[in-house]
Design a protein around this ligand. Structure first.
Ligand SMILES: [Mg+2]
Length: 226
């Protein structure tokens, strides 16, 4: 039985790379790009330093400003403050997100989000995508005081939806946080890689792999009938 489908947020429902890239592009078009040959080169460097969201943004801006040829602390702080206040305005979902969530809901599946990150940042993305209206529960690691891949946060999500973890599917991009974590908690796993690669030291694979959110519906239907 499939009672609920749970999703990671960044790079799973929320196209974080495209969103950050769009924000940074307009940000530096306003402030200048120093030694970088083009805004595109600067955006590429930002994304590289950002490392899929794993680096503190204040450090990313610090390095970028040095590489632009400046050592301006006030510019670093201003760009960082602007990011915190306004990056959400550029939030875009992955193609197929809304139809998938509507279909799940119409078919009586509960929907949850489990996201690692800071509450104020994750909430802004979530609200900007209208996800608070489209899902039944969302758990953000900072306010839950536990994070993926700990089984606790997956179990808590299932509890909040009033379903068993064995009746849940988890969809995510991170092999470690999402796939290993959900699997250990007894959930079925759908991997949506988005540029992530599968670790060579993992001797197992996700239950399904999709190239887009459009493919998730077929997987759910297949499992429901098996
Ligand atoms: Mg993710």
């Amino acid at each position: 039985m499939i009672s609920a489908v749970l999703f990671d947020l960044d790079e799973t429902l929320f196209d974080r790379s495209a969103s950050v890239r769009s924000f940074v592009r307009q940000q530096f078009a306003g402030s200048g790009i120093g030694r970088f040959p083009s805004v595109t080169d600067l955006c590429n460097r930002f994304m590289e330093l950002d490392a899929r969201g794993s680096m503190p943004k204040i450090e990313v801006y610090g390095t970028l400003i040095e590489e632009m040829g400046g050592h301006r602390d006030e510019l670093r702080q201003a760009l960082f403050d602007d990011y915190e206040a306004n990056a959400w305005r550029h939030a875009v979902p992955f193609d197929g997100m809304r139809p998938l969530l509507s279909w799940l809901r119409q078919n009586g599946r509960k929907i949850g989000i489990v996201s690692n990150g800071q509450t104020h940042i994750q909430l802004r993305s979530l609200l900007a995508l209208n996800l608070d209206r489209m899902v039944d529960a969302y758990l953000i690691s900072e306010e839950e005081a536990c994070r993926k891949p700990e089984a606790e946060i997956f179990e808590r999500a299932a509890n909040r939806l009033d379903v068993r973890t064995s009746d849940c599917i988890f969809v995510g991009d991170s092999p470690q946080a999402d796939m290993a974590g959900a699997r250990a908690a007894g959930m079925k796993t759908i991997w949506f890689p988005n540029g992530a690669s599968w670790p060579s030291d993992y001797a197992w694979r996700p239950d399904a792999t999709v190239a887009s959110l459009w493919e998730v519906q077929a997987v759910v239907k297949r499992w429901e009938h098996s």
